[in-house]
Each structure stands twice: as C-alpha cells, then as structure tokens.
Design a protein around this ligand. Sequence first.
Ligand SMILES: [Zn+2]
Length: 363
Amino acid sequence: MSAALAPWLLAPLAQALQTTRSHALLIHGPRGVGQFELALALAAAWLCEGEPEARPSGQACGVCGACRLIAGRTHPDLLVLVPEALQQTLGWSATEEAADGEGGKGRKPSKEIRVEAVRAAVAFAQKTSTRGGTKVSVLYPAERINATSANMLLKTLEEPPGRARFILASAAPQQLLPTVRSRCQALRLPLPRQQAAFDWLEAERVNQPEVLLAAAGGAPLEVLERLALGVTAEAWLRLPREVQAGQSATLAAWPLPLAIDALQKLCHDALAVAVGAAPRYFGALSVPAAGDVAQLTACGAVLRGEMRRAEHPWNAALGVEALVQQLRRAMQPATLATTLPQVARSSTLRRAAGQSPVDTLKP
Ligand SMILES: [Zn+2]
C-alpha cells in the first residue's frame, strides 16, 4: 500500500506521523488530492508491526503480518467506512452490520455512510484491540454522515475508548458538524505542485494530462475519477464549441454535478477572458472572447445555486432522485438554450458598438 502512495502525499504522511497528538484526525483539502489514500497510509503506519529499521520514515513496512492483513482488507483492528456507492471504486466493501441494515437487498447503493455503519464503528472502537496495538477507523468522505451519525460519533470522539483512533477524510469539511470538526486535529492537504501531478498522470498513462489537470483544477486523482466518467481531454476541449452551438449531448452523458461543474468552469473562463484575464480551465483559443460580463456573472450565480442543490442529495431525506432529475431537466436546456444565445446576442451588440474584442470562434 505504501509503495503506491503518490509522491506528494509522502511529506504530509511524515507530518501526520510526527504531529498527530489527537485520537481524531481530520484530513481535508481540495477534492482529488488523495485524502483517502493518505488516511489509509496513516492507518497502515499506525498498525504496522514491522521493525523500525524497515520503516525509516515511519511508513508502513508493507511486509509484516499487520501490513499483509491490511493489504488483504482483513486487519481486525482497521475499520474503513465508505458509502456503498463508492465501495467498488475504492476497493473497500461494507461491514457486515452495514450490509444487513435497514432496506436490505435490492435497494440502491447508498451515497451516505449509513447510520448502521457508524454505529458499527462506535462499537468497534469500544472493543479491545485484537492484535494488541491501536484500533483505527477511517471515514471517507466524512461529510457523508448524517446528523444522527454525527451525534453518535461525537460521544465517542468526546470520550475516546482505549487506544482507538479515528481518521476523518473530507473534501468538504465545512459540511461536517462544527462540534465534530472541533474535536479533530486538522491536517490540510494542499494541491500538489503542477509538475509533480503532471509526472504522476503521465506515469498513469493519461492522455493529454495538461488538459485534464487544468480541467480538474490541478487535482490529479480527480483526473482519474473524471476519466472513468467519460471526461477525456478530447471531450473537454470540444465543450466550449458544443455549448456555444447549444449542444448538450456530452454534458448530458456525465453525472449532473460534473456537468454543472463543467458549465461553471466554462462560465468562469468566459468571464475571465471577457475582462481580459487568462482562462484557467480551458485553452485560451477555445473560449470566446466577447462574452457579456453582466450576463456571465448572472449565469455563474445560477450555476452555483444549481450546484448546491445537485450536491446535497446525500443529506436530503426524500425524493433525491426525483429532485436530481427535475434539476437536470430544468437546468441544462435552460442554460444552454437561453443564457448562451443571450450572451452571443449582447456580445454582437457590443461588437457593433465597438466596445468588445473580436470573437475568435465562428458560431
Ligand atoms: Zn508493516
């Protein structure tokens, strides 16, 4: 496990090993920089039973009995809680307690860490360590627990049983209850340096990593996640042209938050270019230069609102799927069919008035 750790996580791991004094750690940072990977590496380092000589930087040795059990997902003192919907992607499956919980078979995989799973984690922490060392629970994404679970967890975080330790990993720590946040020692994971991320993606044989790294705001693991969902460099590069032509096929094939995220980024870049700044997510040549600042600003606000609604179904009680479908219908054609032609029209007017740079893309 430790051998595959991305190079930009090595320093944060060393830092965590040296500075973690609390029994609860919150690893947070932008999406896609490796919170979960770091959490697992740290858990492995805490549980490793290898000789100190075999682990010069304090990392897990990777070869001792404990490390082999972790690699086989069967270490009795390690509990990894991830939502069912992420279990396959991340390679960690449900606890028995969670799998047998309410709803039973046949329901959709939950996007939340289920209450039963958190209850199991609390019970896990109370039990004596099987191998005589520490016990570690990893929760990811930690914001995907509901208020009931958070309150249940809170009691355990307040009065930690024995040598139990918790690692909460999150890209949205502001969505955690403040009372949970305040009981954790925080470790912030920054974006890796661009060159390090680029080299790593090249080693992963990613096509046009510079395009996808920009698209993902510099987060390399996010690039891989997006690739699995169809966000190739080719698709990304043709997006501005497609949106300008009112075509939504590429966007409609992506999950809604991802489609809205792409529109937000395109809107951001169009606005940047319109005020004479450099685009951040798309190539300079692919973003039209003559957008209407007021309308792009308004469009950005609409997209932010849609994103909030699209990202929150994990915390909604009922009708999540219906809400998502409704938003998809309401948002996509409206944005593509009305906002952008309006932008085009007003930029034509401004061009006629001689106030705006020439639009570099043919309609
Ligand atoms: Zn080991």
